[in-house]
Write a protein of this length. Structure first.
Lengths: 758, 324
């Protein structure tokens, strides 16, 4: 679709809005905030009751905005309800064609607060509340997961989701329902973050106390998102308090951090700053008396401005840095590789949100710049270097058309991809590439019997790459049917990925990623299909079951070669992912817990010229190294007196790895050869790729927290935790070249303290 | 309502039980195999000493294997002669070391040799059988030369046929040289042709029609043909044995490195090939030499010396005969 056509469509939509605005119905909209700190509240149900059975309503979005449109003129009782807050009630009268802006402030209900954890009522929030692949993670969810740090981190919770496979305690690689890390899109406030997960698996660039909420689409994501073929993690960062200054300082053996926030202009402008740095070498490494050569840090800042009742703006900046040697270097192995990997992320963005006075429309405009750089090799002279940057302009608009919404958006992206390699790497030349991408999407949302009935969300996304002469048209569909305690959901879509990240997956210890454009004529494509069922029982028990299929094609995988080196070539591959998740969540008084189980099968089919020679087949069928067939998580969190005890046990069946017959030196003989002069090249004598399975992975983590109040403005939380409580020798990976075993982290006791002031 | 403490306790017990159940954490990364040794060599018909590189297959990339525990022997399957080879630890130019066995051994055309390596705590013997290319025949045709006069001067046409028969495959290399002598007691000066002559391969026959007149100009660029006596010509072909056929027909290092894709070694990996080198030398007629404006050897050294020189240097097809 050309930009001209998109523009024409926009004009038509505005006319539709104008028509609805000047019809006989009124529109109510506004902002819902916490009375204490002025922060927006997400998922607040705002309902209008005309007293005779007529009910109209909507929930506040991530910015706290709500809009109820097509309200017949008359008097209504407005209620704004949110768990943990006192319900706000008022009476409003609407005239025909009127657009009323009505802001709401909710105060916490002290009686309720003592008993329950405040929870957003977003229907996809909760460990068992997955809906067509979407699960929403709230900061309070994260705090239930035991980690060796007082503050939680988003990735620690994501790893409890069935279908999410991590490279382990080290490596910073997440595979979501069969998708590779570079096939997952991670956004914060609409900005792309290329590689946000830190080298130590407990941490990402997203500490829980900067988060508002995070939507994890494990597949089947809607038309708003594109450019990745596996999943989307869409994070909304919170703004700083607009009414009072606050902050926190935390100290723990893995990470220590600082957070500051407060109003720069009361009720108008706020700032939130957060910084963390690893102290592993000084802390955790001494606890376990083991080399843990990891350094990472992250910084976050957000400036938020309420320009007026109808306008908001924010500027967000985030940086992260990782450096380390993945896998242990054995002291008695002087020839072991000591290559280290370094990566840096940066993203800066501005977001402008407006509700035009004349139209029942919610619109956001985003400008962002994201960068990532990767290095790999000896610390002083890295042999590989790759960097990527992306500038993006995007506009997302929601039209409230009574029971139905119409969402559309447009975007323009410009990427610069650069790589330098010592020797060849994945047959990529040293190069700089510029890629421009433009497109848009249209996604109406049809609601039947608001709140309890059917919601259908068909969509279409168009992506075009002028410099590549490629255009993709991607149909999407999401649908939810609520019936009493039951919910059925489905999602489907076609996805393409032009800019890919390439990692040599033959060796789990090699996490260097080169970002480049598709290396083959056809770009990577995925077709997703998901279907799920959810049951919410009234006594706090939720159950869900979801099955999924992903058909992958035109993937770029490492060419299979016997040379024990990281410099190799690519081969095209197709793949299938099939799986199902079962989740059970219980909230009972002071107890919260969930168990889940995921079954998944990932199969790749690779084509390579040498395969017929080597294995006698044109196609190599194998389970890639992230094919974890069985996975389970159990989490229990209970409040006992002033203490909070959290226990998490995780289980994963063994991951595939490649066995070998051994090593030799290969002397290339293509004619008369003086074997006294040719030393030969060291070679791995592989068996069939990925036919071996590592032992099962399981680990128990426990943490005990106690908050201490030092007055109305200062409090502290002290925590004691153990990671890998029964000291399981979990295998991280088997080194491809030395075939030596590298283990995950051992039993680690830790203690931390966090002091907060507000 | 379910008791919170009961649930927490149950979770602990469940986790602990599962932890105990799944306690097997061993990894075996090396597959059992009867392949213990890799061998690499090209047995060369022209060499009087042969070399075989022996690489013990090891369990880790840096594992040190004692080279002294290996032994190598060869058997000529056509006459039964056996040779025990000597081991040698060689330091290569890159500083690495390798085990190379050597033996004073001449290999003969058409003979098949079995190379056996043993040792390394293995009862199995790693072996390879390889056959030296069959000896071909060669026929050198009569040379011809004719001078043509034109208004602007003259030119010479001179050609000669050389035909090789019984070749097992296309030669790897073809060399052609012109031989000269400055004085009766100096060594020969061989002017090797910078590019191989065009030959036509038909079945097992390779034919050349040499353009001696054209080659004269190229030779004259390399040597003073007025002061150096022309002795004769020579041609050599180097031919690999028939096992030297890579999958796909191309010697691609990236493909052939894959274990087993280009190997004739049993109970191991690697490749042992053979090389046949066959040469012939001949002289031209005196008239042809003069028409080509070379210095005739009789003019340079007198008739007696010239005859001795030519007998010593040329006029024989020198193909190594095979023993019984």
């Amino acid at each position: 679709m050309s930009l001209r056509r998109i523009g024409l469509a926009l004009a038509v939509l505005l006319v539709v809005d104008a028509t609805s605005a000047f019809g006989q119905s009124a529109t109510l909209r506004g902002l819902v905030r916490d009375a204490a700190d002025g922060l927006p509240l997400v998922g607040v149900n705002v309902a209008l009751d005309d007293g005779s059975g007529g009910l109209y309503g909507n929930a506040s979005n991530l910015d706290g905005f709500y809009t109820v449109s097509r309200i017949p003129a008359g008097r209504y009782i407005l209620t704004a309800s949110y768990l943990g807050y006192a319900t706000h009630v008022d009476t409003l009268a609407f005239s025909p064609d009127e657009i009323v802006t009505y802001n709401i402030e909710l105060s916490t209900d002290d009686q309720v607060l003592d008993e329950v954890v405040i929870e957003s009522e977003k229907e996809t929030a909760g460990a068992a509340a997955v809906s067509a692949g979407l699960q929403t993670i709230r900061p309070q969810d994260i705090e239930n997961v035991p980690t060796p740090d007082v503050s939680g981190d988003l990735v620690s919770y994501i790893q409890t989701i069935p279908g999410v496979v991590s490279s382990g305690d080290q490596g910073g690689q997440l595979f979501i329902r069969g998708g590779e890390p570079s096939q997952n899109m991670v956004l914060i406030d609409g900005m792309l973050i290329y590689q946000p997960f830190h080298l130590i698996g407990f941490y990402s660039a997203f500490p829980s106390d900067i988060l508002n909420s995070s939507d994890v689409y494990a597949g089947g994501f809607g038309a708003r998102f594109g450019g990745r073929i596996s999943s989307v993690i869409d994070i909304a960062a919170r703004a700083g308090s607009k009414r009072r200054f606050g902050g926190a300082v935390s100290l723990a053996p893995f990470v220590s951090g600082v957070r500051l926030e407060g109003p720069l202009a009361r009720d108008r402008v706020s700032i939130l700053l957060s910084g963390r740095t690893s102290v592993i070498e000084q802390g955790a490494a001494r606890l376990v008396d083991e080399d843990l050569p990891y350094v990472f840090n992250d910084q976050f800042g957000k400036l938020h401005v309420d320009i007026s009742q109808n306008h908001q703006a924010s500027i967000t900046a985030i940086r992260s840095y990782d450096r380390g040697t993945v896998g242990q270097v054995l002291a008695d192995d002087p020839n072991a590789r000591v290559d280290q990997v370094v990566w840096r992320n940066e993203a800066y963005g501005a977001r402008y949100v407006l509700l035009p006075v004349q139209f029942p429309v919610y619109a956001e405009i985003l400008l962002s710049q994201s960068r990532v750089s990767n290095e790999f090799g000896p610390s002083l002279s890295p042999t590989r270097f790759s960097k990527s940057s992306q500038f993006e302009f995007a506009a997302n608009v929601t039209h409230y058309l009574g029971d139905n919404d119409l969402k559309w958006g447009t975007y323009l992206r410009s990427s610069e991809l650069e790589a330098e390699f010592g020797g060849s790497f994945q047959n990529l030349a040293t190069d700089v590439e510029f890629v421009t991408e433009a497109g848009g999407y249209l996604e109406p949302e049809f609601k039947f019997d608001v709140g309890t009935g059917l919601v259908l969300q068909p969509g279409i996304r168009v992506q075009t790459f002028p410099s590549k002469s490629r255009t993709f048209i991607e149909p999407r569909f999401r649908g939810v049917f609520n019936y009493g305690l039951h919910r059925l959901s489905v999602a489907a879509g076609i996805y393409h990925q032009e800019i890919i990240g390439i990692t040599d997956r033959r060796d789990a210890g090699d996490v260097f990623t080169a970002w480049t454009t598709s290396r083959f004529i056809d770009v990577a494509e995925a077709v997703h299909l998901l279907a799920g069922y959810q049951l919410s029982l009234p006594f706090g028990l939720d159950f869900s079951l979801e099955g999924y299929v992903k058909e992958l094609s035109n993937l770029s995988t490492s060419e299979w070669t016997a040379y024990p080196r990281f410099t190799t070539r690519l081969q095209p591959a197709d793949g299938d992912v099939r799986g199902a998740d079962v989740r059970l969540e219980l909230t009972a008084g002071r107890f919260y817990g969930f168990v889940n189980y995921g079954y998944a099968e990932v199969e790749y089919r690779a084509r390579q010229a040498s395969l017929p020679l080597w294995y006698g087949t044109d196609e190599l069928v194998f389970a890639p190294p992230h094919d974890r067939r069985h996975q389970g998580n159990a989490l229990a969190s209970v409040r006992i007196e002033k203490f909070k005890l959290s226990v998490r046990w995780q289980y994963g069946s063994g991951l595939p790895f490649s066995e070998a017959l051994g090593f030799d030196e290969y002397v290339f003989i293509d004619g008369p050869t003086d074997v006294t002069a040719e030393s030969g090249d060291t070679r791995v004598l592989y068996g069939l790729p990925y036919q071996g399975r590592l032992p099962d992975y399981h680990r128990l983590d426990v943490s005990l927290e106690r908050p201490i109040e030092f007055g109305p403005h200062v409090s502290a939380t002290i925590q004691a935790a153990v990671t890998n409580a029964y000291d399981r020798n979990n295998v991280f990976y088997v080194d491809l070249f030395t075939l030596r075993r590298v283990d995950q982290l051992p039993f680690i006791p830790s203690a931390g303290i966090k002091i907060e002031f507000k | 309502m379910i008791g919170a403490r009961y649930i927490a306790t149950s979770a602990f017990v469940l986790a602990a039980a599962l932890g105990i159940l799944g306690c097997d954490d061993t990894v075996t990364a090396i597959l059992e195999s009867n392949r213990k040794i890799s061998m690499y060599a090209t047995l060369d018909m022209n060499a009087d000493t042969q070399f075989v590189r022996v690489v013990p297959i090891r369990g880790t990339i840096n594992e040190q294997v004692d080279p002294m525990q290996f032994a190598l022997r060869s058997i000529d399957l056509d006459n039964g002669s056996e040779v025990e080879w000597e081991d040698s630890l060689i330091t290569f130019s890159d500083g690495s070391e390798g085990l190379v066995f050597f033996a004073p051994l001449r290999v003969f055309p058409g003979h098949t040799y079995r190379i056996e390596a043993s040792g390394g705590n293995s009862e199995l013997v790693t072996s390879a059988e390889t056959t030296i290319p069959q000896i071909p025949t060669v026929a050198v045709g009569p040379d011809s030369a004719e001078r043509f006069v034109t208004p602007s001067g003259f030119f010479v046409i001179s050609r000669q046929d050389v035909v090789w028969n019984g070749l097992e495959r296309e030669p790897l290399e073809i060399e052609l040289w012109y031989r000269f002598l400055r004085t009766p007691r100096s060594g020969f000066d061989d002017i090797r042709f910078p590019f191989p002559p065009d030959g036509e391969l038909l079945g097992d026959q390779l034919s050349f029609n040499l353009d001696l007149a054209a080659q004269r100009f190229i030779v004259a660029d390399s040597i003073d043909t007025r002061r150096t006596a022309f002795i004769g010509l020579g041609m050599r072909i180097t031919i690999l044995n028939t096992a030297f056929v890579p999958p796909g027909g191309v010697f691609d290092r990236e493909l052939l490195v894959q274990p087993g894709t280009f190997s004739n070694v049993e109970n191991g990996f690697g490749f042992i090939g053979t090389v046949g080198r066959f040469s012939t030398e001949w002289v031209l007629q005196e008239d042809t030499i003069r028409l080509l404006d070379y210095l005739y050897v009789g003019d340079a050294f007198g008739k007696v010396d010239a005859q001795q020189v030519q007998e010593a240097a040329t006029a024989t097809v020198r193909l190594t005969p095979a023993p019984n």
